[in-house]
Design a protein around this ligand. Sequence first.
Ligand code: GLN
Length: 304
Amino acid sequence: MSFENLIRDVYLKIKNTEDPGEMASYIPELSKVDPTNFGVHISTINQINFGTGNCYDKFSIQSIAKVLALVLAYRLVGAEIWKRVGVEPSGTAFNSLVQLEADKGIPRNPFLNAGAIVVSDILVSNLKNPKEDFIDFVRSISKNPALEYSNIIAQSEKNVGYRNVALCNFIKSYGQIENDPSDVLDFYYDLCSLEMSCKELSELFLFLANNGRDIKTNRSVLSESQSKRINALMQTCGFYDESGEFAFKVGLPGKSGVGGGIIAIHPDQYAIAVWSPKLNKKGNSLKGMKFLEEFTTRSELSIF
Ligand code: GLN
């Protein structure tokens, strides 16, 4: 069956199932989104692009943006980055503080809030105008000048970002944050407020299915080895304490965000983005995970 027909089929099946998930209400603005939104979009290295449902509607990509921050920091400082942040799955929630004390301010991986705050610190140190330079980078690799932050979402998170303030200050107490915590956190909130549609996401992330190269220009966003490592981290750490479950059920490198988005990569094949705002208990899109489980099972393509 073609990807188009399979996506149509699985979409209709999952759309009509009950969704016991909950919206991410800890960021007030996120809970205003219509919970019935559901979109899917695939971009393949053979240049097939297909989407259905709310695949052209923009949403808050939240932690999916942590991958883009890591990509830029990796380009800027290379392997030095692994002195500041680990590459191990954590088995803890995305906003957990518990391991940081034992690990002396070196977060387990770059996709935890703690890890992305350290990556943000690296970007604040290495970019002249971090907020502008980062969005310019994302626009340039996507060739999409329409991409924007949402000031409303960033401000909404900043107003209640008590745990992230705690994480950043705690890491700073170990000497592992170079800049003023408020500058690092402002950048982090802007980063998480990036908005994209499923279509924009699957197009943007396709380079990770193509050994780090832009599919149209063949220019390198990352080296082949760097691109593999980002995929390895998404596979092992992209879903926090549900990363094992995602590998087991879906079997692809991927990354979720509390806005209900998921991006998943099938190396040498495709990037697929799903959006459904209601989350399971681990903070990952409930229908998004169900969709991808059914899609990868029925397409019988796997990296394993
Ligand atoms: N901005 C969110 C936070 O810091 C990102 C969390 C997520 O998407 N898992 O809590």
